[in-house]
Design a binder for this molecule. Structure first.
Ligand code: TYM
Length: 339
């Protein structure tokens, strides 16, 4: 088994990233270490330039994200932790796969529609071809499993389509060039929603910082954000069915359940009939107690820039070594002569 996944270093790590993806990264890293498999986790800095960005901020966020991931439990000695920019094989493979990806496939990607909005003509070409780079990210390493949140499912399906078409067009069934990767999406935290709007996902690009819990938030900030989170005036139901049509309440109860390592049913059997005046402080305290150790480690690590750069350098060396054989096979399969 080979696990590969990435995150954009465009801002703070938030609770959606943590519950939807990073928790699984840590778990799978530990499983892989026990089973002799491999886990590769990277910062998708090449993806980050698909939207307008500030170069100094991108560089600072890249290092901060390394510190945040290590604080969450990613161990650079057990996982390969790196950034795309130091492994040029990602961009190279993307170009080779551009010959296989179809315009019609990319036109169906909801992320491009969401992010370009009404300004399709003004969107960058990188935003449109973003999913092809994402396919290259995982196909380059023959990933078998990709732990992500629900919002990345469509991109993973595209990666499978590209791999399948490339194998059909340029390889044989007995000797395919690419492995078809399977997404791993945690059922209980597939989609953590905004604290201000239960129908929008929690996201770094939301202009309101009150919409998300950042893993770098201190205790007061977390308590404040949960206190101000949007809810409805009804008390919590005692049964799960009672959460239907109550997106904000369902989101908060779901977060509580995942953070406490229990089920939504168990949370409702404890808090059913109570108002948010009682539930919110309990949720805030739970978050503070679970996130405080991560926060402390992050604050320490983020100051050591040489150590963070050394982690990325070492990870990139290992990633490049794993990437080269697949890239060589891709060039050969396409009939590209390289001497
Ligand atoms: P990104 O940086 O937006 O998010 C990183 C991971 O966090 C998950 N996630 C969520 N899960 C549940 N609820 C939420 N509200 C939430 N918000 C984010 C995402 O699903 C993701 O797993 N395109 C990717 C980065 C990427 C990648 C890849 C991922 C580039 N190449 C190859 C996997 C494989 C992205 O922008 O994720």
């Amino acid at each position: 088994m080979r696990i590969v996944s990435g995150i954009q270093p465009t801002g703070n790590l938030h609770l959606g990233n943590y519950l939807g993806a990073i928790r699984n990264w840590v778990k799978m890293q530990d499983d892989m270490a026990a089973q002799g498999g491999q886990s590769l986790y990277f910062l998708a800095d090449l993806h980050a330039i698909s939207m307008p960005h500030d170069p100094a901020e991108l560089a600072a966020n890249t290092r901060e994200m390394v510190a945040a991931l290590v604080a969450c439990g990613i161990d650079p000695d057990r996982s390969i932790l790196f950034n795309q920019a130091q492994v040029p094989q990602h961009a190279e493979l993307q170009w080779l796969l551009n010959g296989t990806a179809r315009m019609g496939w990319l036109n169906r990607m909801t992320q491009f529609k969401d992010k370009s909005g009404k300004n399709r003509e003004g969107a960058s070409v990188a935003l449109f071809t973003y999913p092809v780079l994402q396919a290259a990210d995982v196909l380059l390493y023959q990933a078998t499993h990709v732990p992500v949140g629900e919002d990345q499912k469509q991109h993973l399906e595209l990666a499978r389509d590209i791999a399948q078409k490339f194998n059909n067009d340029f390889a044989t069934e007995e000797n395919p060039v690419f492995t078809l990767p399977d997404p791993i999406i945690p059922p209980e935290a597939a989609r953590i929603m905004s604290l201000r709007n239960g129908t929008a996902k929690m996201s770094k690009s939301d202009p309101s910082d009150m919409s998300r819990i950042n893993l770098t938030d201190d205790a007061d900030t977390i308590m404040q954000k949960i206190k101000k989170a949007k809810t409805d005036p009804e008390p919590l139901p005692s049964e799960k069915a009672g959460l239907e049509g109550r997106a904000e309440a369902a989101n908060l109860v779901g977060i509580y359940a995942v953070m406490a390592g229990t089920t939504v049913e168990a949370v409702l059997s404890e808090f059913g009939g109570e108002g948010f005046g009682k539930f919110k402080p309990a949720l805030g305290e739970l978050l503070v107690s679970k996130l405080a150790p991560i926060n402390h480690r992050f604050v320490e690590l983020r100051q050591d820039r040489p150590a963070l750069d050394a982690i990325l350098k070492k990870g990139a060396e290992k990633a490049r070594a794993l990437a080269v054989p697949t890239l060589d096979r891709t060039y050969d399969a396409l009939g590209l002569v390289r001497g």
